[in-house]
Design a protein around this ligand. Structure first.
Ligand code: SF4
Ligand code: SF4
Length: 181
């Protein structure tokens, strides 16, 4: 008794066991058809580029590598609340919170700060949800052309504060520009 299977996609095709004709058994028609498809692609627009000699134009709305922001006085904005980590669908963010000491007021804006803040770039899908969840405007996916570089070592893709925190000079320059305008 044969069991009739139901095609869920509606694209089921019945495999035929019919004997090939002499012409079909030479495969000439099939080879010519295959070659035609290959030749056709020689004249279509190429989707690949010769990277790194050629570089693709980035979209104006491109959002690249994350940056942990500083405020106008150069202090780190992040208060290690963990909301970015909670909202991350890829579970790419980890951190360790510390209490700010009185002598560290010039370094961290809030009473609590992230002594360790790491993003696993192999997990990140650049969705921007961490940026949206942050109540302190402390994390942004930058509009700079910075991309996560390729590497051979998985450990190199765990980005810590050394790679994520905004350079101090950049924060101070931004403040200068703001006061000048
Ligand atoms: S961009 Fe998305 S996936 Fe990447 S760390 Fe932020 S929330 Fe997670
Ligand atoms: S980056 Fe923002 S959301 Fe994430 S821990 Fe810091 S303050 Fe909280």
């Amino acid at each position: 008794m044969s069991i009739e299977t139901v095609s869920l996609s509606g694209r089921k095709t019945q495999v035929s066991n019919k004997k090939m004709t002499f012409l079909e058994s030479l495969y000439l028609v099939a080879i010519v058809k295959g070659l035609f498809i290959t030749i056709k692609h020689l004249f279509t627009r190429k989707v690949t580029i010769k990277y790194p000699e050629q570089k693709r134009e980035m979209s104006p709305v491109y959002r690249g590598q994350h940056m942990l922001m500083r405020d106008d006085e150069g202090r780190e904005r992040c208060t290690a609340c963990g909301l970015c980590a909670l909202s991350c669908p890829a579970e790419a963010i980890t951190m360790k919170a510390e209490e700010r000491k009185p002598e560290e007021k010039h370094l961290y804006r809030e009473e609590k700060y992230a002594s360790i803040y790491e993003i696993n770039m192999l997990r990140c899908i650049f969705c921007g949800l961490c940026e949206e969840a942050c109540p302190k405007q402390a994390i942004y996916l930058t509009t700079s052309k910075k991309i996560v570089q390729a590497d051979y070592d998985r450990g190199e893709f765990i980005y810590g504060k050394d790679k994520l925190v905004m350079p101090l000079e950049q924060a101070l320059n931004n403040t200068k520009l703001k006061t000048a305008n």
